[in-house]
Ligand binder design. Structure first.
Ligand SMILES: Nc1ncnc2c1ncn2[C@@H]1O[C@H](COP(=O)(O)OP(=O)(O)OP(=O)(O)O)[C@@H](O)[C@H]1O
Ligand SMILES: [Mg+2]
Length: 241
């Protein structure tokens, strides 16, 4: 098991997340769906160790969360998180993708090889020496994902990565995510408002409502034979929120 969450609780003013059990298996693509405010982003940030939780246990590859800060940082570096709004550095596309590799001490030749390969994979080689702040939204998001996976994380966490993009760019990014999952066996957890997108891309779907996991399972099951009426309402677009 890549990630295992047990009895995780998160409270701000009120409790916003209560996860009894959640398992992420290596190599799969997961879709997290649910209405606004359900706790999807909070869950991703907890998985990424950006947000601390109040109680419960978190295991990564069968190991409990290290208490030592240095060890935690190492663990955090096995994951990458990409948000809806991309923040690229005001530098060349090439340097944006190379950044994490430099920080992790990769050799110059290794960096050259990997960045070249990644840009080719996302189909943006011709933009390598453009300044990142001149890219379109879709190009920028593709570069953000390339940058995130440059150091080959075990887990790629995506929070609404295609919100505000046009259908052409959405298709490109979905293709890219599938390809990264397949060729580099990166496990993907993607939060999306769009149930159609979850249907297209995910093998497993998790439906969150009011901080609870209402239902999770193979995509076909969640869409074709949901057990909970709230899941059914949500995937059929009948849930008002
Ligand atoms: N830093 C914070 N301080 C206080 N409350 C917070 C904080 N972050 C999130 N919340 C609350 O936690 C709940 C879950 O928020 P979260 O952002 O995880 O929802 P979401 O499912 O990602 O929603 P959306 O689809 O709109 O992005 C919300 O009620 C939100 O107001
Ligand atoms: Mg969110």
């Amino acid at each position: 098991m890549l990630v295992e969450l047990t009895d995780i609780r998160k409270k701000y003013d009120k409790e916003v997340l209560k996860v009894d059990k959640l398992l992420f298996q290596k190599g799969l693509i997961y879709g997290i769906i649910g209405p606004s405010g359900a706790g999807k982003s909070t869950l991703l940030r907890i998985i990424n160790l950006l947000t601390p939780f109040n109680s419960g246990t978190y295991q990564f590859m069968g190991r409990p969360l290290p208490s030592n800060g240095q060890e935690r940082l190492k663990l955090q570096r096995k994951m990458a998180l990409v948000f809806q709004k991309t923040l690229l550095f005001k530098d060349s596309v090439w340097n944006n993708v190379a950044y994490g590799l430099k920080a992790r001490g990769f050799s110059r030749s290794e960096i050259t090889q990997r960045v070249g390969e990644l840009l080719e994979q996302v189909g943006l080689q011709e933009l390598a020496f453009r300044r990142a702040d001149t890219l379109s939204g879709g190009e920028a998001q593709r570069i953000a994902i390339a940058r995130a996976v440059a150091f080959e994380p075990h887990l790629l966490l995506l929070d609404e990565p295609t919100a505000n993009l046009d259908p052409g760019n959405i298709e490109l990014i979905e293709k890219m995510i599938r390809q990264l999952n397949r060729t580099k066996s990166i496990t993907v957890v993607m939060v999306t408002h769009n149930v159609f997108q979850a249907h297209r891309i995910a093998q497993e779907v998790i439906f969150i409502h009011e901080g609870r996991i209402v239902e999770s399972g193979p995509t076909e099951q969640i869409f074709e034979e949901p057990l909970d009426p709230r899941t059914k309402a949500f995937v059929e677009g009948r849930m008002i929120y």
